[in-house]
Design a protein around this ligand. Sequence first.
Ligand code: HEM
Length: 540
Amino acid sequence: MLIEIGLLFVTLFLWLYWYIAKNFGKWEKLGFPCISGTFPWGSHKELVTQKKHLNDLFLEGYQQFKDKDYFGVYLLGKPVLCINSIDLIRDITVKHFNNFVNRNDSNLAGVLEGGDMDQLWKNQLTSLADDEWKDVRSTFSPIFTSGKMRSMYKFMFEIGSRLTQELETKAEAKTDFELKDTFGKFSLDTLATCAFGIDPDSFKDKDNKFVKAAARVFINTFSDNIKTFSRFIPGVKSLHKFFNYSIFKPKETKFFTQIIRQTIEHRRKTGMRENDLIDLMIDCIKEEGASAVQEKEVEKLDANANKDIHEQYEKDMQFTHHVKQKQFSEDMIVATSLVLLVAGYDTTGMTLSFMGYELGKNPEAQQKLQDEIDQAYEKNGGEMPDYNTIQGLPYLDSCIHEALRLHTPVGNLFRACNADFKLTGTDYWVKKNDLLMMSAIGIHHDERYYPNPHQFNPDNFSKEARQSRSPYTFLGFGQGPRACIGMRFALLEAKVAIAMVMRKFNFLPSDKNPDKLELDPTSQLGYVKNGLYANIELRA
Ligand code: HEM
C-alpha cells in the first residue's frame, strides 16, 4: 500500500512539474529579453509566497527592460508577454482590439468554473469573454453616459455630507487616522446606494454586515490562493461543479446576491424608482436588443475639464456590436451589481486615500486646489457647485489623475489573444490564448513620460503636459473598449468628495507613514502595508 501511495505522489509531482515547466524556455528560445522561470514559481517566487505585491514585481520587470518594446515572464508556468511600448499598447488595446477582446486566457477563465456562487463571478464583466462580454458590455454601457451620471450626483453629494461630518470629528480629535477606513466608507456607501439600492450608512454603523462582507472580498489569504491554484489541476473544476463547491468568497457572494435580488423584487412590486444604477440596469434589460448597440459616435461630453483626455478615452472605448436577441436575465443584473461593487469600491476608496496623503504632503498643490474649489463655491453663493461646474474644474481633474498615476490602484492590464496577431514591427505571431500584460505602474513611473516620476505633481496633467506625450501613457483606467466602464462614475464621485472636503479642511501629513510606502502583498489591488495615515484640520 505504501508503495502505491508513494507512486501516486511521485506521479502527481511529475505531472505538476511537467504542467508548470513545460513552457519554460519559450522566451529564451525566441531570443526575447525575459525573466527566466524556475519550478514551481515561474519568474516570481515572491508572488506565490506573498512577499511582494504583483504591482511591485511588474514595476521591477518594466524598469529592468524599460528600453525594450516587450519582454517575457512566466506567471507560474504560463508565458506572459509584457508590453512596454506605448505604440504596441495602443495597437493591442485599441487599434487591434478585435484580436484582444478578452482579459483572461482559457485556463484562467476556467478557474472561475465551480459552484453556483463562483458562476456569478464568471458571468460578470471583468471575466466574460468574446461575444458574451460584448453582449453584456453593450447592454450596460448606457448606464454610465454623462446624462445618467447627473442623476448619481445627488447620491454622491448626500454621502459626501456624511464624509465631511466624519472628518469634523477627526479634526476635533486631532489624531492621525487611516485614510481608507474613512474614504472607503464614502465609496462603499455610494456604490451600495447606487448599485444595490441599500444604504449601509457605514459612517454610523461600523459593524454593518455589508461593510464587513465588502472588506472580506478584498483580502486574499494563502488558503484562498491554494484553493485557486487547485482549480488548475485537471478534474478539480468538474468535482467542484458537481458538488456545487464555490471558492470565491461564497458566503459574502451569497449575502450580496440576496440584497440585489430583494431590491429588484421590491422595485418590481412597488414600482418605486430611484434612477440609480439598478433602475438603469433594469431599463437596459427591457430595452435590450433594440437599443443596445454601441454607437461609433462619441457621446458629446458636457462641461468636462481636460476634455481632450476624456474625449480620446471615450472615443477609443467604442466598439460596434449587435447584441443577439437573447433573453437577459435578472442574474445578469446581479452579476453586474457585484462587479460594480468589487471594481468600484476599493479603487475609488484608494484613490481618495492617496489624494489625502499627497495633498497633506504637498501644501502648495492643496492650496491651489482649494483656491479653485473656493471660487466655484463662491460663484454659487457659498453652496456646493452643480454637476457641470464640478466636472469643469481643471486642477481638481488633474489632481485626481496625478494621484492615479503615482499610486495606480490597478497596476497591470491583462489581455488574452482571441485571434492570432502579428506583433506590429516584428515577425512574432501572438497566438490565440496567449497572455499579454501592460504595466500601467511601469509606464506611470517612467521619467520619459513623467519628469520626476516619484513626485506628486498635478501639472503633469496640465493641457500643455498632456499634449506633449501620447495619451496612452496614462493607463489608470485602462484603454480601449475593455477599459473601465465606471470611469465617469469614479471621477465624478472622487470630484464630489474632494471638493466637499477641500472646502472645509486641510490635510496634514502624518508621522505614522514610513518614508517609503510599501504595498501590502495580500491586498488585491496595491494598497499600503499597515495603512495610510493623515491628519486633518478645519480651515481657518
Ligand atoms: C478610481 C477608481 C477606478 C479605477 C482606478 C479603475 C480602474 C480600472 C481599470 C484599470 C480597469 C481595467 C481596464 C483595462 O483592462 O483596460 C477597470 C475595469 C473595470 N472597472 Fe474600473 N476603476 C475605477 C472605478 C470603477 C467604478 C466606480 C466602477 C463601477 C461603478 C468600475 C467598474 C469597472 C468594470 C466593470 C471593469 C471591467 C470592464 C470590462 O472588462 O468590460 N470601476 N477599472
